[in-house]
Design a protein around this ligand. Structure first.
Ligand SMILES: NC(=O)c1ccc[n+]([C@@H]2O[C@H](COP(=O)([O-])OP(=O)(O)OC[C@H]3O[C@@H](n4cnc5c(N)ncnc54)[C@H](O)[C@@H]3O)[C@@H](O)[C@H]2O)c1
Ligand SMILES: [Zn+2]
Length: 373
């Protein structure tokens, strides 16, 4: 088990990760000063898989027996769900001393964190992520929020947790597809910021896909350390935190084009990364050998859904429009994160729209070819 400290503007918080980490839960809850009550938020599906372990870990702490459950489908990640949670907290008489504990994937964490940030203008919260994606990415860094019909994650708040407990044992019940979706965010960390992680992924992909204990612990810890470094240096995304958006400008557009049904977030990011690697190589920022290694690593994690079918025909006009309205764009100008070598990248880069169109055509072609092979 490892403890990694994150420095946020208001307070520092530990991320405790490794198999069995949930055993720390009770002690961490007791360490929260003047806590008047705990309120566990989760989804029915997550609670069926992980609830018992969480209850055991909390022991007789009040609140563990009566979790507040809500649907964690991406389409329910909205203000109505936040309202429902705030009302449930009010009915349960949660006061300013309350501690909200989110148990679930990125959706539960984002929604519960945002509810905690709004209820009574802010009560403390803690995160117990149960998907690989949430353990290595969304539970760390203090971003919370919901979707609007106009776009993904358009309303939210920075609300740092008191602690994060990432127990690798929770990942056992995750489907292969969800597990791999999280793995693409680990690959992202390797490509853009951690050469040793990249090498490890290349050499150990089979063990990682078999979810061997040591391999899972290694990649989780490395990816958490990478994210911790970045968000500690740049909490509000003024600079280096933008690196984390590698593959996400295209990824978000593909997700939206597929109406958030066809592609999981990580799968869309995987296609996005392949596209950006191609563009970076064409622009002369990346050696062809490194580009090839990156693309091979992404494909080694499994077969991705056909991107043309999954993204509504891969129409470049519609996708470019979606990219320009991404919340990371400035004045309609898309800013790109381009890898410059294994474990290195730069952000805020401009790319000619003509090249983006060519890249989208290439993605479609590569995807169709993979299907036929
Ligand atoms: N806040 C951030 O910084 C940040 C970063 C990245 C992604 N996100 C958000 O995270 C969300 C995606 O998160 P996700 O990939 O964790 O998906 P998710 O929360 O949708 O969970 C995926 C599915 O797995 C189920 N599940 C969760 N844990 C399980 C377990 N242990 N066993 C069995 N099933 C389990 C869930 O019920 C759900 O059906 C997106 O909404 C994305 O916008 C936020
Ligand atoms: Zn992501």
């Amino acid at each position: 088990m490892k403890t990694i400290l994150i420095r946020a503007s208001n307070h520092s918080y530990p991320v405790i990760c490794g198999p069995g980490a949930v055993g720390e839960l009770r002690a961490r809850v007791r360490g929260v000063r003047e806590c008047s009550g705990i309120f566990v938020l989760s989804s029915p599906r997550v609670w069926r898989s992980c609830g018992r372990k969480v209850q055991q870990a909390l022991g007789r702490e009040a609140g563990a027996a009566r979790p507040i459950l809500f649907d964690d489908a991406e389409v329910r990640k909205n203000f109505r769900t936040v309202e429902g949670i705030c009302r449930a907290l009010a009915r349960a008489r949660a006061d300013r001393g309350a501690l909200v504990i989110a148990v679930g994937g990125g959706v539960v964490g984002d929604v519960a964190g945002y509810a905690a940030a709004s209820y009574l203008r802010g009560v403390r919260f803690a995160n117990v992520p149960t998907t690989l994606l949430a353990q290595v990415d969304s539970a760390i860094g203090g971003k919370t929020g919901v979707n609007l019909p106009e776009g993904k994650n358009l309303a939210g708040a920075f609300w740092a947790p008191q602690f994060v407990i990432s127990d690798a044992n929770f990942l056992r019940t995750l489907s292969d597809r969800e597990y791999r979706a999280g793995l693409y965010e680990v690959i992202k960390a390797g490509i853009i910021g951690d050469r040793a992680l990249f090498d490890y992924l290349e050499k150990n992909m089979r063990a990682i896909l078999r979810r061997e204990r040591r391999a899972v612990a290694e990649i989780t810890e490395r990816a958490v350390r990478f994210k911790a470094r970045i968000v500690t240096a740049d909490e509000r995304e003024g600079g280096a935190r933008q690196l984390l958006n590698f593959g996400h400008t295209i990824g978000h557009a593909l997700e939206a084009a597929g109406k958030y049904r066809r592609l999981l977030h990580g799968e869309a990011v995987a296609w996005g990364m392949i596209g950006v690697v191609l563009m970076s190589e064409v622009k002369g920022n990346l050696r062809v050998e490194d580009a090839a290694r990156m693309i091979r690593l992404i494909h080694s994690a499994g077969t991705l859904p056909n991107v043309r079918l999954a993204a509504g025909g891969l129409k470049s006009r519609a996708l470019l429009k979606l990219m320009r309205t991404d919340k990371k764009s400035r004045g309609g100008q898309v800013r790109w994160v381009l890898p410059t070598g294994i474990g290195r990248g730069k952000f805020g880069q401009k790319v000619d729209e003509g090249l983006v169109r060519v890249m989208l055509t290439e993605l479609g072609g590569a995807s169709d070819a993979l299907d036929e092979s």
